[in-house]
Design a protein around this ligand. Structure first.
Ligand SMILES: O=CCCC(=O)O
Length: 474
């Protein structure tokens, strides 16, 4: 591996302490990576502060052109990034290429948004003073990214921060720091000045992030990961009253009505379930199928899941790679064992293979009871848990009956009915006759315990900006 050290102020910094990154398909050590300490965080903060002063003073068009170049460069190197993603995360080649493309697209989208930081000027109704509203870069941002999308969850934060004029410090997941480190030479080549983007992998995540969040120069904390860690970060952010952007857990329901087109419903459910082998906060977690079509739906979903080839993601014929680590694989196996003990039927899969690697087979469970753990919590793996319903009001209630509110999916042949149901679902995003909502041009984010703020779309850049209002007379 070429880039395994800290990246601070445009330079590679070695450390005494290092940690191993494991290939989930082979369980072998892939690389030994530098682990940042608090002094490294201080150096990164100094570098980001200095670089941001010059970067924020550039015109929006100048910032936009650097981001556009980053998109061009990454698009030309998708295979390189996809390979790295597969090596450290495990996901299959098609998933990895999809992620690399998605990741690059955030640079293009925010290159286009950088020149659209709108404002407003109007008259105060009573005093007649001019009300002038503009958006300014918020300050330094700390970005904490997860292992499930080592590239895309980083670029979804870096691109809007840079578009807004902010400097950043990234703490990538300890399981998957290599992709983010490999992105740094590309950003240099695109014209990102030294110090503006710094990457600090670390085994001391909690202490490091807490230290950074308590530096008064930091104004934004942006995190993607579990709700539990999000709550801890929010508590830490409160001390400095940081702007939080939190993309947290999900428990996505899929509702398949009796009037749904079956091909669309199967294709959409497969995508919602198996994109990223289920290791996504958007993954279908509870599949509610109308009783009249449940038998047919279950048989067809089982056939589609059974047809997927499991193996090392570097093999181009493989559809499903390993899960990221043993703990994730074991948790998935526990969810299945719990559901079966409570009455669920295994339609396919459900057995951990003997071979090396953190593999879990695509699995379909039918007759899953509402009190099964996999209905209450995020599975984060390739397990489709099917339940049935007969009444529309009942299924809306069950779909909303969770502390999470990230994404839901609805399948119905009646567009009016589908939209009416979508509007009654308490979720930040809903897919109607689609199993994919993620799009750099759309505001990604959830309600309730699924988080605060939005990434992508027009809203994404505003997370890194402060609104300033000037009351003027002239
Ligand atoms: O897992 C979280 C995000 C996935 C996505 O952006 O589609």
């Amino acid at each position: 591996m070429d880039h395994t050290d800290l990246y601070i102020n445009g330079a590679w910094v070695k450390t005494d302490t290092r940690f191993d990154v494991i290939n989930p398909a082979t369980e072998e050590v892939l690389a030994s990576v530098a682990s940042a300490e608090l002094a490294d965080a201080d150096a990164a903060l100094d570098a980001a502060e200095a670089a941001m002063a010059e970067w924020a003073a550039r015109t929006p068009r100048q910032r936009s052109e650097v981001l556009r170049r980053a998109w061009e460069l990454m698009t030309a190197r998708l295979d390189h990034f996809a390979h790295l993603i597969t090596l450290e995360n495990g996901k299959a080649g098609t998933d990895a290429k999809g992620e690399a493309t998605y990741a690059a697209e955030f640079f293009r989208w925010f290159a286009e948004e950088a020149v659209r930081a709108d404002g407003m000027i109007t008259h105060a109704p009573a005093s007649g003073a001019r009300i002038m509203v503009q958006h300014k870069p918020a300050g330094l941002a700390v970005l904490i990214t997860p292992w499930n999308y080592p590239a895309a969850m980083g670029t979804r934060k870096i691109a809007p921060a840079l578009a807004a004029g902010c400097g950043v410090i990234i703490k990538p997941a300890s399981e998957t720091p290599l992709t983010m480190l490999a992105l740094m030479p590309l950003l240099e080549e695109a014209g990102v000045p030294p110090g503006l983007v710094n990457v600090l992998p670390s085994k001391r995540t909690g202490a490091l992030v807490d230290h950074i969040m308590h530096d008064p120069r930091v104004r934004v904390v942006s995190f993607t990961g579990s709700t539990g860690v999000g709550r801890t970060l929010l508590k830490g952010a409160a001390d400095q009253v940081l702007k939080p952007a939190m993309e947290l857990g999900g428990n996505a329901p899929v509702v398949v009505f009796e009037d749904a087109d079956m091909d669309t419903a199967i294709e959409g459910t497969m995508l919602a379930k198996m994109r990223n082998l289920g290791e996504a906060c958007t993954a279908a977690n509870r599949i509610y199928v109308h009783a009249d079509i449940a038998e047919d739906f279950t048989a067809r979903l089982t056939a589609a899941m059974s047809a997927l080839k499991v193996g090392n993601g570097t093999d181009p014929s493989v559809d499903v790679g390993p899960l990221v680590n043993a703990a994730t694989r074991d948790k998935v196996a526990e969810f299945v064992a719990d559901a079966v003990a409570k009455g669920a039927k295994v339609e396919c899969g459900g057995v951990v293979p003997e071979a090396k690697g953190y593999f879990y087979p695509p699995t379909v469970l039918s007759n899953v009871p509402e009190h099964a753990d996999c209905v209450q919590d995020e599975i984060f793996g390739p397990v489709a848990a099917i339940q049935t319903f007969t009444d529309q009001e009942d299924v809306i209630h069950r779909a909303n009956n969770t502390e999470y509110g990230l994404v839901a999916y609805v399948f119905s042949g009646d567009f009016k009915r589908g939209l009416q149901v979508c509007e009654r679902l308490d979720y930040g995003m809903v897919g109607l006759n689609r199993g994919l909502v993620s799009d750099p041009a759309a505001p990604f984010g959830g309600t309730k315990q699924s988080g605060l703020g939005r990434e992508g779309g027009h809203e994404g850049m505003l997370e890194f900006m402060e609104t300033q209002y000037i009351s003027a007379s002239w």
